[in-house]
Each structure stands twice: as structure tokens, then as C-alpha cells.
Design a protein around this ligand. Structure first.
Ligand code: ADP
Ligand code: ZN
Length: 630
């Protein structure tokens, strides 16, 4: 059965099956691979988890087999190169990475291997590409016809409009200038038009063929709830839907990250903090644990996550709102790469809106044009959060993709009630106006709500605001409802929070239409008793299946038991190889093996994720684990 030296040339489809163990290409993969194999330039826009790596790994193998030499992969993720290269070795592909920890001897050995055309893929960070030594090496390879392809991963890092700008990426245009005949493939999961255009110009990809995939991630369930007591809400969410599963929790600040990680640990969960304030060896260590241990929750700032291709992250939770939809989509996209059900869950509140505005307004590093773009992007995210339509329809719509209500988001599963808030909005706006007129200065949200609700606080009395005509006109609504109204007036650009003046509220020109009664304001109803009540009642009625239930359904007792033994075996192998467990086999592969209950290695063939090399290396072991009775 073993194929030690299959006769060349192997087609891309052969390689997909034999090396990676997958029967079919996904979406546009095949077209991309064929285009790049022929030497065409490509720009690939595919969501996280879509399968970008194979788009350059398979051409790298085909082209090296044909004598074209090495594919150089430029990736900003130095910390992950070891595992990426390890995963290729497991599949039987010769690959290496260059980094600054290597000794002279190691680098020289690598260079010799390259000059002998023995390496299929070489990973390097963008700052390495520009070193004189690397330039010299690339030059020698090129002279010998051994520079096959450049793959530029996370290509949006070249643009300041993207969310991970890396100045070192700017120099990558040199590749094209120096080696115009070497094909390039640039890949990203960022879809917005501005970043895309900038990326094309900066990397000089005007002539590259664009491959745009659907950005939908159907297995991810989107939920956005109003923030009441964020940490308690989070704990309830994890305990009820994701006990013992791996997830990422994003928070805005380092301090908050530490607090939340501590809180989860106190509650008995396996949780760790990750942010840029920790020293790099500790960060690396925690990242490795997250990748290698099961059921770990990483609480992190956005410093964590790019390139984390752990396929079994079952949830991504945002305790604070991200900056924009691109960031939200990228971060939530880290859930469920294996295609199994996963949750994207976010809490947000008025304070998030205020904080994000302030960060934009007070950043002095950027131009007014830049701030304007960032404000627009924030507004789009607010609109998503307040939206009563299907979340997926709004998300995909933002990326220019039309779709139908999905049946797998909070708004589809439990349609929110909408109320006519025109009158409330007018009360709020006129109260802001009256206060400003009477006192000549503006006040913050809390004070405004006290006036509306008729609370004679010390501050209200001190400014005689109990004398205003708007005092007490909003006593009919609860504070949480007023917060909802205010948040949405901010989101709709009628009210502004001034970060230079103690976060006071000011009217914007658009408020006039509402004050004059020209437009009506329809708002999402706020859950008075806390945002999670609706979820609970939904679950009781059976309208909400938990994601965990979906993922584990369909396995009988025997299969579940085999799965547990396979996981234990995998953990051991992973430890021996110093690699994350999923690099050995994905959960989905183990699940398929457990279900099939194989009696011979022949019965392992054709299971997705088992290629020739892995069958050879692990087939008999897997069989032994499956057939040994516990
Ligand atoms: P991306 O880089 O686009 O986020 P990856 O390249 O990491 O995605 O792929 C995501 C997951 O999907 C990986 O675990 C990969 O092995 C798997 N995958 C990719 N292509 C296929 C395919 N054609 N069939 C089955 N699984 C695939
Ligand atoms: Zn939906």
C-alpha cells in the first residue's frame, strides 16, 4: 500500500489526496492552485479557516517537483513558524524556517539545502527578506532557476487601513522589482475595499488575478448581547455552552485581561492571560499551552490570535467591542476552523461606544482623514450590534455579499422585538439641547438620564436642572432603556460624545430631523432583566440547541469511547513531537475514525485528513488504539 516514490508528475488533486489526505478542493482552491502552478500572480481573499495555506503549499510541491526550486513564504508570525513547519513535516513535505535564533552553521546548512533544490517551502518573517544575506541568497537561487514562488501571507499587513499594519511589509514591493519573473501569491482574510485597493497598490499586484471567496462561515453562530455584568455573563455563557472547551476571550485593556483571566481561574476554568505587556517568552509559552492543551481559555487583547490556526477553538467571546467589523470578523473567524459548530459571542454597552470614539478622536498619530475613515468603520459595527436583522446578512452585506437570513444567529433564533422610540429619542435630544442652552455647557450621559427620569440628585439641584421643562419627562422608561436609546442615537450620528470635554453629550446636525418629527426611530427592545434571560427562556422552549450538543451529537457510546482513547493517544504523540495535537490529526479526523471503527488499515484510507505519510506513520497505531478494548 505504501507509495515510497510515486512516479512524477503528481497533479494538484493527487497531492491534495496523498499528502494532505483530503478528497476534494474547497471553493476556489483548485482554480487558484492551477493558476499559480502555471506561474500566474494571484491575490486570494478568503475568510479565516477557508483553506488559504493549501493555495500556496500545493503549488509549491508541484513546482518543486518540476524543478523550479523553493517557495518562500513571508509571514509575520514568527512565533508560529515552528508549528507550521512541523505540520508540513508530518505530512511528508520538506520545509524550514529562517529566524534569528539560528546559528551560523544552521543557516549555512539550510542555504546548502536550498541550493541543492531540497526544500519545498521556506518560511521567513518580512524583516528577514531585507537583510543583505537573504538578498544574496535569493539572488543565487534565482540565478540557478531555483526561486519558484513568493507567497505573501496576511497581505493586509501592508496597509495602514487594515487592522494589523506592519511597516516591514512595505519593503515587500522589492521582491517584484528585483525578481519580476518570479510569481507571487498574496493572501488575506481582510475583505474591505479600501484595504484591498491599498494592498494591491503597495504590493504592485495590479496584474494579479483576484480570487474572492464567499466570506460566510456558516458553522459560526453569532450572538451580541447587551452588557450588564460582563464577567458574570461570560461565565454563564462558558459554563452553559462550552464547559471544558477551548476558546478565546477578547478584552480591550491589559488590566481587564488579567482580571478576567483571574476570575475564570477562580471559577475553576483553565484560563490564561495574554497581552503585549507580558514578556515574549511568557507569551510564547502561553500560546504553546493554548495550542497544545485541551480545553484552555485564552483571555487576550488583540495582540493574540493572528495566524493561530488551532482548528478546534469552539468559541470566541468579546467582552469589549472591537474597533470595526473587519476586526470583529477576523477575531470571531478564529472559532470553528474545523467546520464544526462554534459560537461568536459579544457583550457591548454604552461605555464601549464612548471608549472607542475617544480612542479615535484622541489618537494624535493619525490624520483627520484617517480618523474620519475609522469613525465610519466604528459606526458600521454599532449598526451591526443594534441591528434587528439577521447578523449574518448584515455582516456579509458589509463585505458586499448578499445572503438570506441564516437561522444560526441570535436574531434569527430569537427575533428581537422592535419598539417605536421616536418619542423617547425626541425627549432625549431635547433634553440635551435644553441643558446646553440653560447652562452654556454640556453634561455627560448619567446626568442627562437623571434629568430625564426626574431624579433630583445633588448635581441636578446644584445646576437647577430640576427647573427644566424636560425634567422628569422620561420617568416612564428605565435607565437601561434610556441607555439603549442614547447608544443608538450615537450610533446613528445624532449625538456625539466629546472626549475633550469629559465625555459630555452634544447634538449633531442629524438630530434636527428627529426633533422636527421628520424621521422615526425604531429600536431594538432592551431586555430589562439582563441580556441573558432571553437566551435562557429560548433554551427552555427548545428553540436553542447548544453548540456543544450539536458537535457531540451522532456519536454512539462505543464511538465516544474510541474517540476518548484516540485523543489520549494523540496527546502522547503530540508531546513526543513537540507539536500541537491537531497537527497530528484534527478532531474531525479522529471523530471519523472513531465512527468507522476500523478493523484494518485499508479501512482508514479515504478518511479526510489521513494522507499517505500519516497512514504509514500512524496507521497501525491507530488501529491498535481502536481495537484494544478498554
Ligand atoms: P486559513 O489560512 O484560510 O485560515 P487554513 O489554511 O488554516 O485556513 O485551513 C483551515 C483548515 O481547513 C485547516 O485545518 C485545513 O487543513 C483545512 N482544509 C483546507 N483545505 C481543505 C480541503 N480542501 N478539504 C478539507 N480540509 C481542508
Ligand atoms: Zn441569522
Amino acid at each position: 500500500m505504501s507509495l515510497p516514490h510515486p512516479p512524477p508528475p503528481l497533479s494538484p488533486l493527487d497531492i491534495l489526496g496523498q499528502v494532505f489526505g483530503y478528497p476534494d478542493f474547497r471553493g476556489p482552491q483548485q482554480a487558484i492552485v492551477e493558476h499559480v502552478v502555471r506561474g500566474g500572480d494571484a491575490l486570494v481573499l478568503m475568510p479565516t479557516g477557508g483553506g488559504k495555506s493549501l493555495c500556496y503549499q500545493i503549488p509549491a510541491i508541484v513546482r518543486q517537483n518540476a524543478g523550479h526550486g523553493v517557495t518562500v513564504v513571508i509571514s509575520p508570525l514568527i512565533a508560529l513558524m515552528h508549528d507550521q513547519v512541523g505540520a508540513l513535516h508530518e505530512a511528508g513535505v520538506s520545509a524550514a524556517f529562517l529566524n534569528s535564533t539560528q546559528t551560523q552553521e544552521e543557516s549555512s546548512a539550510l542555504e546548502k539545502q536550498l541550493l541543492r533544490n531540497e526544500l519545498t517551502l521556506l518560511y521567513a518573517a518580512p524583516e528577514r527578506i531585507n537583510t543583505p544575506r537573504m538578498k544574496g541568497l535569493l539572488g543565487s537561487l534565482h540565478e540557478r532557476g531555483l526561486l519558484s514562488l513568493f507567497a505573501i501571507d496576511e497581505a493586509h499587513c501592508v496597509s495602514q487601513w487594515g487592522h494589523d499594519f506592519r511597516p516591514e511589509y512595505r519593503s515587500l514591493s522589492l521582491l517584484h522589482e528585483t525578481f519580476p519573473d518570479v510569481p507571487r501569491i498574496a493572501l488575506t482574510a481582510t475583505a474591505d475595499a479600501l484595504t484591498r485597493q491599498d494592498m494591491i497598490e503597495r504590493l504592485k499586484l495590479e496584474d494579479a488575478r483576484e480570487f474572492v471567496s464567499s466570506f460566510d462561515r456558516p458553522n459560526i453562530r453569532y450572538t451580541i448581547v447587551e452588557k450588564t455584568d460582563a464577567t458574570r455573563q461570560l461565565l454563564r455563557f462558558i459554563e452553559s455552552e462550552h464547559a471544558g472547551e477551548a476558546g478565546i476571550v477578547y478584552c480591550q485593556s491589559r488590566k481587564r485581561v488579567e482580571e478576567v483571566a483571574g476570575m475564570l481561574e477562580d471559577a475553576g476554568l483553565k484560563a490564561m492571560a495574554y497581552h503585549a505587556g507580558l514578556d515574549s517568552s511568557l507569551r510564547q509559552q502561553r500560546q504553546d499551552r493554548f495550542l497544545r492543551e485541551e480545553g484552555m481559555v485564552m483571555v487576550a487583547t488583540i495582540a493574540f490570535g493572528m495566524g493561530i490556526d488551532k482548528p478546534d477553538v469552539r468559541f470566541v467571546a468579546h467582552l469589549d467591542m472591537p474597533k470595526n467589523i473587519e476586526g470583529y470578523y477576523q477575531e470571531t473567524g478564529r472559532a470553528g476552523r474545523d467546520g464544526l459548530p462554534a459560537n461568536a459571542w459579544m457583550t457591548y454597552g454604552l461605555q464601549d461606544v464612548v471608549n472607542q470614539r475617544r480612542m479615535i478622536d484622541t489618537s494624535d498619530a493619525s490624520s483627520e482623514e484617517f480618523k474620519q475613515v475609522m469613525r465610519g468603520k466604528l459606526d458600521a459595527l454599532l449598526t451591526l450590534a443594534e441591528d434587528t436583522r439577521c447578523r449574518r446578512v448584515s455582516l456579509l452585506g458589509y463585505f458586499g455579499e448578499a445572503s438570506q437570513p441564516c437561522g444560526n444567529c441570535d436574531n434569527c433564533l430569537n427575533p428581537p422585538k422592535v419598539w417605536d422610540a421616536t418619542e423617547a429619542a425626541r425627549k432625549m435630544l431635547s433634553c440635551i439641547y435644553r441643558v446646553q442652552q440653560a447652562s452654556g455647557i454640556s453634561f455627560g450621559a448619567g446626568h442627562l438620564m437623571d434629568i430625564l427620569r426626574g431624579k433630583a440628585t445633588e448635581k441636578v439641584l446644584q445646576h437647577s436642572h430640576d427647573q427644566l421643562s424636560t425634567f422628569g419627562i422620561g420617568a416612564d422608561l428605565a435607565e437601561v432603556q434610556w441607555r439603549g436609546v442614547l447608544r443608538q442615537l450615537i450610533a446613528k450620528g445624532m449625538v456625539r460624545v466629546d472626549p475633550d470635554a469629559f465625555n459630555t453629550l452634544q447634538l449633531l446636525p442629524d438630530a434636527r430631523q428627529v426633533l422636527k418629527g421628520e424621521v422615526s426611530v425604531m429600536l431594538r427592545e432592551q431586555a430589562l432583566g439582563g441580556a441573558s434571560d432571553r437566551r435562557k427562556s429560548g433554551a427552555k422552549k427548545g428553540t436553542k440547541t447548544s453548540v456543544k450538543g450539536l458537535a457531540e451529537a451522532s456519536l454512539n457510546a462505543g464511538a465516544l469511547e474510541r474517540l476518548a482513547r484516540l485523543k489520549a493517544w494523540r496527546a502522547e504523540v503530540a508531546r513526543e513531537h513537540n507539536l500541537p495535537a491537531f497537527v497530528i490529526f484534527h478532531d474531525a479526523t479522529l471523530r471519523a475514525i472513531a465512527e468507522r471503527a476500523p478493523q484494518s488499515t485499508a479501512e482508514l484510507e479515504g478518511i479526510s485528513g489521513i494522507g499517505v505519510k500519516k497512514l504509514e506513520a500512524y496507521g497501525s497505531e491507530v488501529l491498535r488504539v481502536c481495537t484494544t478494548e478498554a
